[in-house]
Ligand binder design. Structure first.
Ligand SMILES: [Zn+2]
Length: 127
């Protein structure tokens, strides 16, 4: 029907093909009057997904980001296809962890540089 690129009129939106991997994903209207491609048939517990990547379905069928921290334990959510797309790099899901890794990389490279090591300790002779 060639309607994949058009804006579906009904809420729910049907499915669209991912332009990167070619798989079908659910094209869903967001509460912010936009569209998002969601991974079909996957509803992980919300606490296992970073807050800004949790999508929950509203009563009218649209979806919105569920940023409640901590999430309700039994809350399930949907995730964007781009997080699961094999043809795209994984986005930075845990920015605080990425900065910690960056900081540790700097610390490790400082440690590996012998010119930055503290001078060896000179102990006075005990004799
Ligand atoms: Zn894809």
């Amino acid at each position: 029907m060639g309607e994949f690129k058009d804006r579906p009129r009904r809420l729910g939106g049907g499915q669209s093909r991912c332009p990167h991997c070619g798989l079908l994903a659910d094209r869903v209207a967001t509460a912010e009057h936009d569209w998002v491609l969601l991974e079909p048939d996957v509803m992980p517990p919300a606490h296992r997904v970073p807050a800004e990547h949790r999508w929950i379905v509203l009563s009218d069928g649209r979806v919105t980001v569920y940023g409640v921290c901590p999430p309700v334990p039994e809350q399930r959510c949907r995730i964007e296809h781009r997080l699961a797309c094999a043809a795209r790099p994984l986005p930075d899901l845990w920015p605080w962890l990425t900065s910690l890794r960056g900081e540790n990389a700097r610390r490790a490279s400082r440690q590996a540089d012998p010119t930055l090591l503290p001078p060896p300790q000179e102990w006075p002779d005990a004799g």
